[in-house]
Ligand binder design. Sequence first.
Ligand SMILES: [Zn+2]
Length: 252
Amino acid sequence: MVPHPAESNEGSVGGTTPAGLPLGPEIPKITPMRPRTVLVVGAHPDDEVLGPGGTLARHVGEGDDVHALILCEGVSLRYPDAKEDFVALEGRAAARVLGLASWTLHGFPDQRLDRLSLVEIAAPIERKVRELKPVIVYTHWRGDINRDHALVHEATLVAARCKERSIEKLYAYETPSETEWGIPYDFSPNTFVDVSRFLDTKLDAMRCYRSQSPPANHPRSLEHLRNRALYWGECMLMEAAEPFVLLREYWR
Ligand SMILES: [Zn+2]
């Protein structure tokens, strides 16, 4: 017996359902927008490189426009006598290495975000989201031991809530030494980006942050950043990878 077209594994499906009803309207073809606008939100200069630096370089390599918003300056606490914000200069140099379209330092005081309300922290992120209309947003993981990071995570959730209709995907990135030092360590990535061809660019960007270079064997050292990417890569059968938690996805 010849199967009904709709029951066959081969050939065209035909123009009616098994019940004899006509098929619905033609399915519209939707082509994703390219290039995409990407926004990474970080608490401090260097977070944007430590966490998703290779992925940002990959976005740039794929033709996307990538923007960084850093909420806190990096000198007032650690270098109170500094005459200029040299960490900002390092950040701009790192952004050039990564090929970012913009790198904005908002200037909240370092390690003091807990003196502000969530609304105040979210305000510059919200402004940036409305200005850029990003399709993808990256932010900190909520469980980082650094309080600034946790607050930036929360503030990004507010600024990137569903009424911002450009956003399709919202991810959290890990920050070596802040994420795994959080208790409990509950960063459980569900997205892995192959950064094999972009790892050297990430490390070159990190080299721009001379004032932030840690001692050897530190989770933020260049050697460890490479090893970490190789570790995540091996976990997922890639050469080198960066891990993320997909917090929310809208398929509009
Ligand atoms: Zn930080």
